[in-house]
Ligand binder design. Structure first.
Ligand code: AKB
Length: 317
C-alpha cells in the first residue's frame, strides 16, 4: 500500500497535489507537511504535520516511523526570493533533497518526486524550443540549485537504483493558492487585478515571453510521470515539459478579449534580468515519447478558466 508524504504542501503546487492525490489514493494515504504551524483550511480533510525540511532527524524519523513509501519534496525558495537570500536558498533547496534521496537509497522509500524548473537553463541556452539536452549555464541561485539537484537525482538513480522522477516545471498558473517568490508569478497576479478592475503593473517587460502551464496540466503530468511504469522513465535528471508560452503583452491581449477595459503598464524590476536568461519555449518531446505527456490547456483556455475562478478574497487572507 502506498503511503505518500508531500513536503511543502502549503505552496502553490503542494496544495493542488495533495487535493488530487487524496482524491486518487484516499485521504488517509496522503499526508501533507509544511513549515507553517497551522494546516491550511483547504487541506484540513486529512493528516497535516508541521515539518521543517532542514530538520533532518525529524524528517527521517517521521518517514521511517510512519512507513512512508513515496515523497513529493516541494519545499524550496523560488527564483526571485532566492536571489535575495542566496546562502539560505542553496541550503534549503539542497539539504532536504539529500535527506530524501538518502532515505530512498537506504530503501525506506520506494519513489521520490522532486521538482526542477526551466530555471536550469541560462543565457547561453537556445531560447526557442529549448531541447531536453542542451547547454545549461544558469545564472540564478535557484537555477544553480535546481541544476545541481538534477545531477544528484540522476546520480542516485544510476548509482543506488533510487526511483526518483522529476519535471522541469514552467511558470505555473492556478487559482487555488497564491504563488510566492517566483519570476513567473506576474502571470497569476494579473488575473486578480483584472478581476478587481485595477490597472496591472507588470514587473516584466511586455515582450518577456516565457514557458507557462495551467496547474491542472502540471498536476496531471506529475501524477502521470509518477504512475508510469519504471521502464518508461529514461530520464532521471528531469523532464522538459511544455504547456503554452506567452509574453505579458500577449496575456494582456487575451484578457482584453474578455475584459476590454483591462489596462496594463510595464515597470520591469530585477526579475526581468532573471526572465532574460530563461527560454521562450520548450521542446518536451522526451516526455511525450517516454510517458505519453500531452498538455490540454492553451493560453486562451487558461485565461478563461482563471477569470471565471480567481477569488480576490485570497489576496486578503
Ligand atoms: C519561478 O518563477 O521561480 C518559478 C519557476 C519557473 O520555477 N515559477
Amino acid at each position: 500500500m502506498e503511503k505518500i508524504l508531500i513536503i511543502g504542501a502549503g505552496g502553490q503546487i503542494g496544495t493542488e497535489l495533495v487535493l488530487a492525490l487524496r482524491k486518487l489514493k484516499g485521504k488517509n494515504n496522503v499526508i501533507a507537511a509544511d513549515i507553517k504551524d497551522e494546516c491550511p483550511d483547504i487541506l484540513s480533510d486529512g493528516v497535516y504535520v508541521q515539518m521543517d525540511v532542514l530538520n533532518k532527524e525529524f524528517v527521517r524519523s517521521f518517514i521511517i516511523d510512519n512507513k512512508i513509501t513515496e515523497v513529493y519534496l516541494l519545499a524550496a525558495l523560488l527564483s526571485a526570493t532566492a536571489e535575495k537570500n542566496p546562502a539560505f536558498a542553496w541550503r534549503l533547496n539542497m539539504e532536504g533533497l539529500f535527506t530524501i534521496l538518502d532515505l530512498a537509497k537506504e530503501k525506506y522509500l520506494k519513489k521520490v518526486f522532486w521538482p526542477s524548473s526551466i530555471a536550469v537553463f541560462g543565457p547561453s541556452t537556445p531560447v526557442d524550443s529549448t531541447p531536453q539536452v542542451t547547454v545549461m549555464e544558469p545564472s540564478t541561485v535557484y537555477g544553480i540549485s535546481k541544476l545541481a539537484g538534477e545531477r544528484w537525482c540522476e546520480y542516485y538513480a544510476k548509482k543506488y537504483n533510487v526511483d526518483v522522477r522529476s519535471i522541469r516545471y514552467p511558470g505555473l498558473i492556478s487559482y487555488t493558492s497564491l504563488p510566492g517568490g517566483g519570476t513567473t508569478d506576474y502571470a497569476v497576479d494579473i488575473f486578480y487585478q483584472a478581476k478587481l478592475g485595477n490597472k496591472f503593473s507588470c514587473f516584466l517587460k511586455e515582450g518577456a515571453k516565457l514557458p507557462m502551464m495551467y496547474m491542472e496540466d502540471a498536476i496531471r503530468a506529475t501524477i502521470e510521470l509518477m504512475s508510469s511504469d519504471e521502464k518508461n522513465i529514461k530520464i532521471r535528471s528531469s523532464y522538459n515539459l511544455a504547456g503554452s508560452s506567452f509574453s505579458p503583452k500577449e496575456l494582456a491581449l487575451e484578457i482584453q478579449k474578455i475584459i476590454p477595459d483591462f489596462a496594463i503598464e510595464y515597470k520591469p524590476d530585477f526579475r526581468q534580468e532573471i526572465a532574460d536568461t530563461w527560454p521562450n519555449s520548450i521542446d518536451d518531446s522526451s516526455a511525450r515519447e517516454d510517458w505519453g505527456w500531452k498538455e490540454r490547456f492553451s493560453t486562451s483556455d487558461i485565461v478563461k478558466t482563471m477569470l471565471s475562478n480567481v477569488n480576490t478574497g485570497l489576496l486578503i487572507n
